[in-house]
Ligand binder design. Sequence first.
Ligand code: APR
Length: 308
Amino acid sequence: MNRKVSVIGSGNVGATAARSIADKELADVVILDILEGVPQGKGLDMLEACPVEGSDARVLGTNDYADTAGSDVVVITAGLARKPGMSRDDLLQKNAGIIKAVTAEIVKHSPECIIVPVTNPLDAMCQVVYRESGFPRERVVGMAGVLDSARMRSFIAEALQVSVENTHAFVLGGHGDTMVPLPRLSTVAGIPITQLLDQATVDAIVTRTANGGAEIVKLLGTGSAFYAPGSAAVEMVEAILKDKKKILPCAMFLQGEYGIQDLYVGVPVKLGAGGGEEIIEIALESDEKEALNKSAAAVKELVDLLGL
Ligand code: APR
């Protein structure tokens, strides 16, 4: 194939994303990890699934960044996952060190790529990648909002007993407990959910969405969610590779948009061959704006701790 995607980290999220990219025949896939044998084994296993899936994607597992050279898109999932009782923010310092080292290698081997960070705490990790890479902001676009809105969409579909395909969920802000799901702009077949569900149900959906990651961490006992995060990352990769100009909620480095300066926060972004090609700015009501500012402040706290 003539497109190449590298996935850094061959754990649960990385392997799920890599397998989906290969299955969908979006690109050749390189999956890299520091663990010896694991990426090689998983990569070979995925390659051997391709004949059954009808995909001619080549999949390679490796410990060597030279194999990632010339990637169009690089997805970063390397790092530590949350354990029960651990917040995303506890992971901050450890994952920042990992992400910094990983970014330096990515840039060295794929200077023209678009990087999609997935590692948590997401917004702060995007800021690490952005600063370390020196890439323009369009080429560092974080995955969080697609996952958060997918969770919200599944809850909306369940509450109304409608197809998930009819649902659209709008989530702004950082990927954390302060995220801002916006029911006013979340719709079913174009109709705002506030016209279809009572206030208590809407509130319950909003709360469940904001706690969506923690709900799964608690159920799993060890590790954190990976099927939906993997799918969400692949939706972004596909939009970039196919230059779809798809508007998705992504973490982008804001430079005055939404009144926020020099900070990664989740906003609607047009994703295409250039990466995050355009930030879509919409007018917010005052309580929504207040919630977004609060969420941005939570991200800023982490970024300040990292000195970024
Ligand atoms: N370089 C490459 N890979 C690394 C490095 C490194 N420096 N450090 C750790 N890894 C690898 C680990 O060896 C492991 O295989 O990252 C992988 C992480 O996999 P998991 O522990 O299974 O975590 P996962 O569930 O995939 O989550 C990864 O994504 O959604 C986020 O919160 C989640 O930050 C976490 C990340």
